[in-house]
Each structure stands twice: as structure tokens, then as C-alpha cells.
Ligand binder design. Structure first.
Ligand code: ZN
Length: 265
């Protein structure tokens, strides 16, 4: 009786091999892929798969999701030679909003080559640019932005971004100057913001005071998710949220600084 033995072994091994390593992904119905080679319709989440940072969790796409995807009008994107996809997918060029059908996170990835700018023009239901500011962040910060969008919705606030990616100074000949500070704004891994809340507008002083319950709900959730809120720093910066790339992964920060300052206008 070989078959039952195999069955037992398989049932025993599985939880301890592939499925346990990726269980944070499979538990939500997703599958782990190398995001560079697999397009994921419902979008990727990081931190749910074993292996290096290129293995990401592709969220499940049910029948409704699949038929919606097929029904969107993407002609504006196709006309510019791009492809529409959830903006957590790998895009060798850069993403443009307003060129694809469907939710705001579905954006147009233009085919790019080495040396292209990997900033994404971000927009979502609960996060907008203040006074029409174009919110540009690095593609690896989109996951953080999507989390903040979720928290904003849960706390009934709207995030108005006053500052996202910003360039440092350049020499007159256009060469990149080494940065004076290692701000995460210089690599598209930070935002400055004010909030519109049910209790009124919440600016820097209001955020710092932590008396506005909806605003506190938002900044608490951001901190609990592993992001950094500047309001609790020794030198407080209550309008600022980032992922600490300059502190935790300085080498990556430096690489990104030169990449974005050479390739992004
Ligand atoms: Zn800031």
C-alpha cells in the first residue's frame, strides 16, 4: 500500500516546506511570484513571501476581478505604447495615471529601458495632492502609500500631500550633487501631509497636538504598520511619514538617490 503512505508524507511535509514559508500570502488566498516576471492583476503585497524582496505576494483575482479587468477601456495607455496594470507590479519604465480604466491604482506602465525614471504618479481614493500637487513616489514606496490609503479610509480622513519626491540641487552642468541631507523625500520614500478630518482641517500644529481623534487614529495606524511618523521624533516633524530607508538601508538609499536624480526630470 504505497499510496496512503505517500499521502501521509505529503500531508505532513507540505505545511513545513513551501506553504509554511509563504503562509502569510497563501492565508489571504494569494500566490508568491518573482514580481519581475509575473504580472499580477489584483496587485502585489510585500512582506508575505519567503526569499528575497523580488518574491512578492500576488493577491487573488476571482471571476469578477478577472472579468472587470477584461472590460476596462485602456486605449489611452495603449496609444502611448504602454500597458495598464495595478501599480504594485514591476514596471521598467514609469507609471502614468489617468490613462487606464478601472480603479485609481490601475495605471499605465510605459515600456522603458535602463536609465528610465522609476517614480510613480500616485493617486488613490483617500490620498490627493494638495493644491493639485503631482504626488510622485518611488515604485517601492507604493505599497506604503496603499497602506496609508487604507488607514485614511478606516479613520475617515483624507490625506492631502504637500510634498512627496523632491529633487536636490544640481550643478549648472546638470551633474548630480551629493546630498547635504539624507531625506527620504529625495528618493521618493516620504510624504508631508495635512489631513481633512470630520473635526476639521488638521495641519502641523493639530497633528502634533494629537487631540484630533481621527488624525491620531491615522498617525497611530501608520506607526503600528512599521512606518515612521515624524511627530514622535526628538526634533518633531508632525507632517512627515516615511519608511526609514535612509536609516535602515542606507546603501539602497544612496543607489536610489543617484538613480532618480540622473533619470527623473
Ligand atoms: Zn517630510
Amino acid at each position: 500500500m504505497i499510496f496512503p503512505t505517500l499521502l501521509v508524507i505529503t500531508a505532513f511535509l507540505q505545511p513545513f516546506t513551501t506553504s509554511s514559508a509563504d503562509s502569510r500570502c497563501t492565508n489571504i488566498g494569494g500566490s508568491c511570484f518573482d514580481w519581475r516576471y509575473h504580472k499580477c492583476i489584483a496587485g502585489y503585497e510585500t512582506g508575505r513571501c519567503s526569499g528575497d524582496n523580488n518574491r512578492r505576494c500576488c493577491k487573488p483575482c476571482d471571476n469578477t476581478c478577472a472579468s472587470d479587468e477584461a472590460s476596462y477601456d485602456d486605449r489611452k495607455c495603449e496609444d502611448m505604447g504602454g500597458a495598464c496594470m495595478h501599480n504594485s507590479n514591476y514596471c521598467a519604465g514609469r507609471y502614468f495615471s489617468g490613462h487606464c480604466g478601472g480603479p485609481a491604482a490601475r495605471q499605465c506602465c510605459t515600456s522603458g529601458s535602463e536609465g528610465s525614471c522609476n517614480l510613480i504618479e500616485y493617486s488613490s481614493a483617500h490620498i490627493h495632492g494638495h493644491n493639485g500637487l503631482e504626488v510622485r513616489v518611488h515604485r517601492d514606496f507604493v505599497g506604503a502609500m496603499n497602506k496609508l490609503n487604507t488607514y485614511a479610509g478606516a479613520c475617515h480622513v483624507t490625506v492631502y500631500v504637500t510634498n512627496a519626491f523632491r529633487k536636490a540641487g544640481q550643478n549648472l552642468d546638470g551633474t548630480v550633487v551629493p546630498p547635504a541631507t539624507t531625506s527620504n523625500h529625495l528618493v521618493g520614500h516620504a510624504i508631508d501631509f495635512n489631513l481633512n478630518t470630520p473635526n476639521g482641517w488638521c495641519n502641523s500644529a493639530c497633528l502634533a497636538g494629537q487631540q484630533n481623534s481621527a488624525a491620531k487614529c491615522f498617525t497611530d495606524k501608520a506607526m503600528n504598520s512599521g512606518l515612521r511618523w515624524g511627530g514622535v521624533w526628538n526634533t518633531p516633524d508632525p507632517v512627515h511619514i516615511d519608511d526609514g530607508l535612509n536609516v535602515y538601508k542606507y546603501d539602497e538609499w544612496k543607489t536610489l538617490y543617484y538613480e532618480l536624480h540622473n533619470n527623473c526630470s
